[in-house]
Design a protein around this ligand. Structure first.
Ligand SMILES: Nc1ncnc2c1ncn2[C@@H]1O[C@H](COP(=O)(O)OP(=O)(O)OP(=O)(O)O)[C@@H](O)[C@H]1O
Ligand SMILES: [Mg+2]
Length: 142
């Protein structure tokens, strides 16, 4: 398994965008095919979680951290990608996942994550902040 990807980004829209772009380049470096569905899914999840980190999880002056780890999952038939986005706000997510706003313009990010991920969740982080993580299926073995 390759070494995990781990990088901090400024808590801005630009930082979130950069994180998404670098995540895709890392996955391609790991041999993921550019136009594969599993790559699109990973890009969408990284995009939503990093967008949330910089809008809802932002603490001024504190970077967010993106990690990606490939975990062998022999029984699943493909490796699992574990994505983690750590931000500075430690309190739990306030809004239930499955209730997008009635205006239809907000509250879609985590609905998408829920649909694409095998599992996802939130972990507190020492000494402060939290990590929102999601696990997705990786490429099928060659
Ligand atoms: N990293 C986070 N820190 C704190 N609260 C969060 C975080 N991510 C999500 N939330 C809370 O969960 C809610 C739902 O998140 P979700 O991504 O589904 O919707 P949204 O960000 O409000 O809108 P959209 O993603 O559709 O632009 C958010 O409105 C926010 O209250
Ligand atoms: Mg969102």
């Amino acid at each position: 398994m390759p070494a995990p990807f781990r990088q901090q980004f400024s808590p801005t829209r630009r930082g979130a965008r950069l994180a998404r772009l670098l995540a895709v380049e890392q996955l391609v470096d790991w041999g993921w095919e550019r136009d594969a569905e599993y790559l699109d899914a990973a890009e969408l999840v990284v995009g939503e979680l990093t967008a949330n980190a910089v809008t809802h999880g932002r603490v001024p002056g504190r970077d967010f951290l993106l990690t990606m780890t490939l975990v062998p999952a022999p029984e699943a038939g493909s490796d699992t990608l574990r994505i983690g986005v750590a931000d500075g706000r430690g309190e739990r997510l306030a809004t239930p996942v499955t209730s997008p706003c009635l205006d239809g313009e907000h509250g879609r990010g985590l609905v998408l994550v829920e649909a694409l991920a095998l599992w996802w969740g939130i972990e507190p982080r020492f000494p402060s902040g939290k990590t929102v993580w999601a696990e997705l299926p990786g490429p099928p073995p060659r």
